[in-house]
Design a protein around this ligand. Structure first.
Ligand code: PEP
Ligand code: MG
Length: 569
């Protein structure tokens, strides 16, 4: 039995067979090349890269010169290259397979030669071919697919992989990497997949024959659990079922504090799948629709399809509350496969409105779809991501005004009163929120990015997750300032970052006067229950008190004490 603990990402207890997937392994598909010319071009590029890698090693030192000369001779061997190329051109193999097949043939020839020198060359040839295959397979990404019901143990998963894979067999997710607010984590929570991340090198210690028991809330994983551990996980499952049933009993009740302060509880969704979960949890609407994830689904490119998705979302939610469409937050770690954006520093780079204001056709098409959907339900909201200040906001709003005019000119109906908001997720926007608030109907705090940029800590990097502190005084001061700016300007303030979905933070968030909390639908019931045990006035004095504390540790201690004194049930 192997036990590990990581970061609990999405709650749920699972015990099931494992399925292992690692990007770091060379994957050789034995499917025919779809396009022989493209496969040949892929091989030639890999060949050039491998050649220049060896040149670079050679240039960097004397020691390995003789060995590298042998490597180069093998790499340049005309018969070997001819065989690889004809495997592609004549036989139709894909690039990696063509290298593998040519190498296997050469290895079997070398094995037959009765000469030690040639026999020793086998390892060299394998090394060269591996370099070629790694270079090829890093360009032709392998699809993740889980062939039987299992806990998927992987090194990491990209958001685009989660979005495009068939999840029907994924009972749980154990990843070696990933932080608590990485987009992979957000998707796992939103899709309700029990998940534990930051498990070190766990995926290297698991095989498909193993059984994994995992607790997505506690962040614990046990590979091939013994009898005692199995029975402890079974007990946890029973407890979880019991508390779920209790929470469901509160689903129809308002999220109101004991002294009458009502908070709107909204759902965060990434696609249509989230709507049913939000409705079931009793959401008062959708506070954040991360529309960029739709772009990772091939059918979305079709305009009619996009219009239908947006319209259906507002129509299905209309009995419960408004839908907040956030315009595309493409960039960073959310890049659709076909959009090759390569930047030194993507998180600080060409993202969201920065990108949309340059790709105006793409932006216009989306704005028109949102405007059209607003005609189906009064109160629909449109929100801009990654706005850095009032100038940028005004230019984006000016573009929206142009698009509205175009719609009027074409007789396209939309809600003239559509609510316009902005995310506050960059420190410069938070600091100037008193100015920003003059131009919008609402502001929504994206704590995932706001924390990342305020503390300069990559939200997806588990190595530095100890620095990712939502209760850092700098973060809390920004939250307080944004709430005050909103209220002074007579507009509501919402929070749609992951912080909104953690019941333990509620005394501070309610105390600061956040009007609306938007979260993964799976968190709504627990948050509602906690709100009903709190009093707004004691939360306000508590929030005031923590704002005077010097560091995250003291604030965390104070909050722990508050939560244990003002019980949770
Ligand atoms: C945020 O940054 O808090 C947010 C809600 O947006 P995303 O997580 O999609 O970056
Ligand atoms: Mg964000």
């Amino acid at each position: 039995m192997l036990e590990r603990s990581g970061i609990g990402i999405s709650s749920g207890i699972v015990m099931a067979k494992a399925y292992v997937f690692r990007h770091s392994e060379i994957y050789i598909s034995h499917e025919m090349a779809e396009d022989r010319d493209a496969a040949l071009a892929l091989f030639e590029a890999a060949y050039r890269k491998t050649h220049s890698d060896i040149d670079a090693i050679e240039a960097s030192g004397e020691d390995e010169k003789a060995l590298l000369a042998v490597y180069k001779a093998m790499l340049e061997d005309p018969d070997y290259l001819l065989l690889i190329r004809s495997n592609i051109k004549e036989r139709g193999y894909n690039a990696a397979w063509a290298v593998e097949a040519a190498t296997d043939k050469y290895v079997s020839l070398l094995e037959r030669v009765n000469d030690d020198f040639f026999k020793e060359r086998i390892a060299d040839l394998r090394d060269i071919s591996e370099r070629l295959m790694i270079s090829i397979s890093s360009d032709s990404r392998r699809e993740v697919s889980v062939p039987y019901p299992a806990v998927l143990a992987a090194d990491y998963l990209l958001p685009s992989e989660i979005i495009s894979m068939d999840l029907s067999n994924v009972l749980g997710l154990c990843l070696d990497k990933g932080g608590v607010t990485s987009h992979a984590a957000i998707l796992a929570r939103s899709l309700g997949i029990p998940s534990v991340f930051a498990l070190g090198d766990l995926s290297f210690h698991v095989t498909d024959d193993d059984v994994i028991a995992m607790d997505g809330k506690a962040g614990t994983v046990s590979v091939n659990p013994d009898r005692r551990t199995r029975s402890s996980y079974r007990k946890r499952m029973d407890n979880e079922l019991r508390s779920e049933a209790e929470l469901k009993a509160d689903a129809g009740l308002p999220a109101i504090t004991k002294d009458g302060f009502q908070v709107s509880l909204m759902g965060n969704i990434e696609g249509m799948e989230g709507i049913a979960a939000a409705i079931k949890a009793g959401a008062d609407g959708i506070g954040l629709f991360r529309t960029e994830f739709l772009m990772m689904q091939p059918e979305y490119a079709d305009e009619e399809k996009r219009n239908a998705i947006y319209r259906e979302t507002v129509e299905r939610m209309s009995p419960y509350g408004p839908v907040t469409f956030r315009t595309y937050d493409i960039g960073g770690d959310k890049v659709p496969k076909e959009m090759k954006i390569e930047e030194e520093n993507p998180i600080l780079g060409w993202r969201a409105v920065r990108l949309c204001m340059e790709m105006k056709d793409l932006f216009r098409d989306q704005l028109v779809s949102i405007l059209k959907a607003s005609a189906s339900c009064h109160g629909t909201r449109l929100m801009f991501p990654m706005v850095s200040g009032s100038e940028e906001l005004r230019s984006v709003i000016a573009f929206l005004d142009e698009v509205k005019d175009e719609c009027r000119g074409k007789g396209i109906a939309f809600d003239e009163d559509i609510k316009i908001g902005t995310m506050i997720e960059i420190p410069s926007a938070a600091i100037t929120s008193d100015v920003i608030a003059r131009y919008v109907d609402f502001m929504s705090i994206g704590t995932n990015d706001l924390i990342q940029y305020t503390i300069a800590v990559d939200r997806g990097n588990e190595k530095i997750s100890y620095l990712y502190r939502p209760l850092h005084p700098a973060v809390l001061r920004l939250l307080a300032h944004v709430a005050e700016s909103a209220h002074k300007n007579g507009i509501p303030v919402s929070m749609c970052g992951e912080m909104a979905g953690y019941p333990d933070y509620l005394p501070i968030l309610i105390g600061l006067g956040i009007d609306e909390l938007s979260m993964a639908p799976s968190s709504i019931m627990e948050v509602r229950r906690r709100i009903r045990t709190l009093s707004r006035s004691s939360c306000a004095s508590f929030a005031n008190h923590v704002l005077s504390l010097p560091d995250a540790q003291e604030i965390e201690n104070a909050l722990k004490e508050f939560n244990s004194t003002y019980g949770k049930a």
